[in-house]
Ligand binder design. Sequence first.
Ligand code: MN
Length: 296
Amino acid sequence: MDHFHRYISELFNWNEQMKNYLESENVGVESELWGKLDRFTNLIENVSKPLSNSELLDLQSEAETIQEDMEDYFNRKQEIGSIWVKETVLPPGGHSVPPLPYAYNALEPYISEEIMRLHHDQHHKAYVDGLNKAEINLKKARESNDFSLIKHWSRELAFNGSGHNLHSIFWSNMIPGGGGRPKGVVLGAIESYFGSFEAFKKQFSEAAKQVEGSGWALLVWSPRSRHLEVLQTEKHMDFSQWDTIPLLVLDVWEHAYYLQYKNKRAAYVDNWWNLVNWSDVESRFEKVRPLKWLAF
Ligand code: MN
């Protein structure tokens, strides 16, 4: 059996094991996990010829998604105390630097080994340390009910959290021998919004070249506009934390309260809690919860 067929048969065995596991845990047929595993079985059974690399990656990521859904399902069961599974939620201060997915010198001649060592081992590490420190201090603030440093720690949380998240994306956004242009859905989405790959590349490059001071250029997906966009960010964040999705927001611009509350913003904030639509927050959370990146 060649490498490819061995891989497919491994996926097939994994799929069977998952089903056996569901059965042994008495997961009812109404659970969507069964449907997902069945669809995966069909997917593998219909593989007749060796797949391209990107098709293999799709298959692999499909398997990972199912694996995560299973962990998620059993995590929730764990909360009611029925079985033990690995906990994947990071506690406050639980971040770490992800390993570089290639050797330090692998991106030469475009990026030198010296830069990669400094950038990954020291700069990224500093963001992780700063993020952990901010999370731990905010935990202390909650426990002691002392929020006098909330502005400081919120700034640290945004700066270092965005730094950590963006660098984690940045490392795996690069690969030795990369370049060229994307294929499939990414190319389609780029062409339909930016007009052409060349136009996108020009805009992205200009965004990067014209960042004022330190910052990033980003290609992002907007779940509301339902199209891609190119953005710039100065430093890492401007008080936001990239790679996160808002669930509950409160507008404290003066236009939101001044006519009624004048300069009493605190009274507006206190009263606002009487209006929160928690079922909207819940439904936003349910929609975004399946979106998971590897935890670091
Ligand atoms: Mn950097």
